[in-house]
Design a protein around this ligand. Structure first.
Ligand SMILES: *Cc1c(COP(=O)(O)O)cnc(C)c1O
Length: 425
């Protein structure tokens, strides 16, 4: 399967039925699994055998889909989580604890910013935010003795900045910690962070991977490349005995390829229980089967809409890495030469009032708190997700009051452009 091209993997990876078995992945709608002896089940509890005993930890349907996503990203192992938030939390908390420190790009999804800066701070985990355009020296200066992970988004939601993955990975590795990249927006069809040095990749599968606005979900993929044992003092959770599993050492028993995901499953899923429902995993897989076809169309529509907006007098600025004028164009061409995603943001002259009246006039695009869906949708952060902020604060955060984020769906681009032209009126 690893030799096959991306589209074939999207359709077929993760599940290979035997003679007479269902062609489509079965939905194993069962909380529990039956064993002939308690001894056999005990071996699962000791992590001596692999298998299923309770869906809060693992379910076969989820594992087929996680294996597909791991193959798409070029990783060694993967797991599904109940949401993208759960994926980012678990990826970080698997190697951080009270007293740890994280270096994160400041240009990330608001929910992840809040997770790291507010909620994980309450757990005693500190963060230093760095600009996605920081120099090597600035990156180095952000690390501390207790730093355990570096985090960024390949294309940031909603700022649409592009992460210099090689540069961030090199900085993380100079300081003996892994780089975690949230690859939600480009998906592995357009960008594969592991090939550029990222160690762990996360996803909100709620977005393009599902792609139909049908199921909330997340995923974590491990590259299997980070040498935990070489930095054993930093990662005791992986390199010293786990008393809750009779003293097994994950990095020894499961090696570089399996330690991270096995620990996240055996400990964090067991204790937090943020598993994806098998039904949702099945829906996610339907989306994955067409991901390579859909991403090309999302990019085509995003590019066409961005180019159109660029020609309009009432539009003060357009952010889209596919535009040659975009500050992230060059770096986007390096990491995602086929294009990034279908999300475009632009600023209207006239602030929130202009944004509001523009959005009201749209007929094809709908106003929604969502992105990366088959149906085009848009949002004015100043009057919705960020409405508690003043115009001054919005400006500082790089989200001017007149900014609109439009997520170009799979409709015909001529209709999207005509809708926007009419609303600009
Ligand atoms: C939406 C999003 C998340 C959070 O995912 P949910 O599935 O909504 O929990 C995380 N990262 C990025 C980049 C996102 O766009």
């Amino acid at each position: 399967m690893d030799q096959l091209k991306m589209g074939t993997k999207c359709v077929q990876a993760g599940y290979t039925p035997e003679n007479g078995e269902p062609r489509q992945i079965p939905i194993i709608q069962s909380t529990t699994f039956k064993y002939d002896t308690s001894e056999a089940m005990g071996r699962l509890f000791d992590l001596e055998d692999s298998g299923y005993f309770y869906t809060r930890l693992q379910n076969p349907t989820n594992d087929y889909v996680a294996a597909k996503i791991a193959t798409l990203e070029g990783g060694s192992a993967g797991m599904l989580t109940s949401s993208g938030q759960a994926a980012n939390f678990m990826a970080l908390f698997n190697i951080c604890e009270c007293g740890s420190h994280i270096v994160a790009s400041s240009s990330i999804y608001g929910g992840t910013f809040n997770l790291i800066a507010v909620t994980m701070a309450k757990m005693g985990i500190e963060v230093t935010f760095v600009s996605p355009t920081a120099s090597d020296e600035e990156l180095d200066a952000a690390f501390k003795d207790n730093t355990r992970a570096m985090f960024g988004e390949s294309i940031a939601n909603p700022a649409l900045t592009v992460l210099d993955i090689e540069k961030f990975a090199a900085a993380a590795h100079r300081h003996g910690v892994p780089l975690i990249v949230d690859n939600t927006f480009p998906t592995p069809v357009n960008c594969r962070p592991i090939e550029w040095g990222a160690d762990i990749v996360t996803h909100s599968t709620t977005k393009y991977m599902d792609g139909h606005g049908a199921a909330v979900g997340g995923a974590i993929v491990d590259s299997g490349k980070f040498d935990w044992m070489a930095h054993a003092d930093k990662f005791p959770g992986l390199t010293t005995p786990d008393d809750s599993y009779h003293g097994i050492v994950y990095a020894e028993k499961f090696g570089k390829e399996g330690a991270f995901i096995t620990k996240a499953t055996a400990q964090l899923m067991r204790d937090f229980g943020c598993i994806q429902a098998p039904q949702n995993a099945f829906i996610l897989n339907l989306g994955l089967e067409s991901l390579h076809v859909r991403m090309a169309k999302h990019v085509e529509n995003g590019q066409a809409v961005a180019e159109f907006l660029k020609t309009q007098d009432k539009v003060a600025a357009v952010n889209y890495p596919g535009l040659e004028s975009d500050p992230y164009h060059e770096i986007a061409m390096k990491y995602m030469p086929k294009g990034g995603c279908g999300v475009v943001s632009f600023e209207l002259e006239g602030g929130r009032q202009a944004a509001e009246s523009f959005m009201k006039k749209l007929k094809v695009a709908a106003i929604e708190t969502h992105v990366a869906d088959a149906r085009t949708c848009c949002l004015n952060p100043a009057t919705s997700t960020h409405r508690q902020m003043t115009d001054e604060q919005l400006k500082e955060a790089g989200i001017p009051a007149g900014l609109i984020r439009i997520s170009c769906g799979l409709e015909d681009k001529e209709d999207l452009i005509a809708d926007i032209a009419n609303a600009l009126g």
